[in-house]
Design a protein around this ligand. Sequence first.
Ligand SMILES: [Zn+2]
Ligand SMILES: [Zn+2]
Length: 165
Amino acid sequence: MKELSAIAVDVTPPDRFREYLGTQAKRLTRERSIIVDEVFASHEHFDAEQLVARLSQRTDGNRVSRSTVYRTLAELEKAGLLRKVARSNDREIYEHDYGYPQHDHLICKKCGELTEFQNPELNEILQQVAAQYGFRMEGHRLEVSGICAACSRPPSRGHRKLDMI
Ligand SMILES: [Zn+2]
Ligand SMILES: [Zn+2]
């Protein structure tokens, strides 16, 4: 995975989540708190089962049930902290949508590799398109599907460029 670095935020993810839960008359329970901490401990893309696996490796006795993980992921998405970026092998891939810069993805259809990129010119083009429709753009998400460099390499090792012609 090739990921960008985080950007600074004033309100921490748990606090932001607590604010959202408050609007839903819900509380930041111990389970929700454990999950949000684990989710924001690293910036990797992940799917729900990977998160369940990470949480089940905890040795401090703070285990969280699978159903709670799924429910909390949906809440984190509604709270604007996470977003689904893609489906890979029928799994939904999540990433941070809070404290993270606007970016787009190249998604390999073969291995599922997600590569993040930023391109200011792309942003300008989209601004122009939006302006043509009298549309005020606030953001965008672009998913480029295809085959990554590693997967498009021929299986044989070494540089046999002639074989590729
Ligand atoms: Zn690939
Ligand atoms: Zn991303």
